[in-house]
Design a protein around this ligand. Structure first.
Ligand code: NAX
Length: 325
């Protein structure tokens, strides 16, 4: 049998985690043969609620679960962690400006980045889900000088999956027929869902849909899908976000077999995107490593939208610059 790996999850008593933890425990993230130890972080007032979640996990008697850690101390939660899913974040309160939100989260992700740096496995893989996810991931890696920036990623997989679902529906095909979807940039309303390199059942997406549908329906619908879910459900996406987190980590750890997925990753300057930003790129994964899909032709339409979302990320970075080491 395999040795257990340590999976740290923050915001573990929140609504995304209520779906996420059970699926990790069931082996859906790292494989049905991979035992896990769940190391759960919450803020002090939520530790009682966390206890209830752990009681339910215990009541599942999952064969793969080898133990739990419940704590409000990041140094304990990230001790020897192989995977960190940073889900907890400060939500936007009434009257809170975007700048206040950035700063409140900068404080959280500075502490957590440093705690990961000081305690986690040297091969740790980190996924930031908590918003603003890309900039939170940037703050975390800047506070982790002993690790590689490439070990810190942000989640755009939910956007990626939403885009696939929208295109499949429009073309009357199944989501599994859609290949080569790309989300560029920030996990925000400026993200660019790009179908220029996408095929549906082997045919070019651009031959199946017109530009007018892309610009007036598809792109805004994908960008605004989170808001539409809130409007319909009265709560933000949770199970679908958990599903995306599972797929992001599973693909990174176990590989994509050549399939293209979108991940918010440390920009190395590919496609002219400013180095050091956490920007969503098309990637494939193999042997526990992701690599950016290179050599795609970018037309003026795409370049304009890729630059817009890049600019927003540069503004976010500038907004927290005074808090970065
Ligand atoms: P909830 O408010 O239900 O849960 C968040 C939990 O995090 C709470 O239990 C809270 O006590 C905890 N928490 C807050 N600060 C913490 C800290 N410093 N350390 C540890 N735990 C802390 O939110 P939920 O719906 O689960 O969403 C979590 C985050 O995911 C939010 O920031 C949300 O905006 C973000 N999302 C990101 C998505 C993405 O695609 N990247 C999509 C879904 C989601 O909106």
């Amino acid at each position: 049998a395999k040795a257990p790996v340590r999976v740290a999850v923050t915001g573990a008593a929140g609504q995304i985690s209520y779906s996420l933890l059970f699926r990790i425990a069931a082996g859906e993230m790292l494989g049905k043969d991979q035992p896990v130890i769940l190391q759960l972080l919450e803020i002090t007032p939520a530790l009682e609620a966390l206890k209830g979640v752990v009681m339910e996990l215990e009541d599942c008697a999952f064969p793969l679960v080898q133990g739990f850690v419940q704590t409000d101390d990041p140094n304990v939660a990230f001790k020897d962690a192989d995977y960190c899913l940073l889900v907890g974040a400060r939500p936007r309160g009434p009257g809170m400006e975007r700048k206040d939100l950035l700063e409140a989260n900068a404080a959280i992700f500075s502490v957590q980045g440093k705690a990961i740096n000081d305690n986690a496995s040297r091969d740790v893989k980190v996924l930031v889900v908590g918003n603003p996810a890309n900039t939170n991931a940037l703050i975390a890696y800047r506070n982790a000088p002993d690790l590689k920036p490439g070990q810190f990623t942000a989640m755009t997989r939910l956007d990626h999956n939403r885009a696939i679902a929208q295109l499949a529906e429009k073309t009357g095909q199944h989501s599994t027929d859609v290949d080569g979807m790309i989300i560029w940039g920030n996990h925000s309303a400026t993200q660019y869902p790009d179908v220029h390199h996408t095929t549906v059942d082997g045919r070019k997406a651009l031959d199946l849909v017109d530009m007018d549908w892309l610009t007036s329906t598809f792109i805004p619908n994908v960008q605004q899908r989170g808001a539409a879910i809130i409007k319909a459900r009265g709560l933000s996406s949770a199970a679908s976000a958990a599903n995306a987190a599972i797929e992001h980590m599973r693909d990174w750890a176990l590989g994509t077999n050549g399939k293209i997925v979108s991940m918010g990753i440390h920009s190395d300057g590919s496609y002219g995107i400013a180095e050091g930003l956490i920007y969503s790129f098309p990637v494939t994964c193999e042997n526990g490593q992701y690599s950016i899909v290179q050599g795609l032709d970018i037309n003026d339409f795409s370049r304009d939208l890729m630059s817009k979302t890049e600019k927003e990320l540069e503004e976010e970075r500038a907004g927290v610059a005074h808090l970065l080491p």
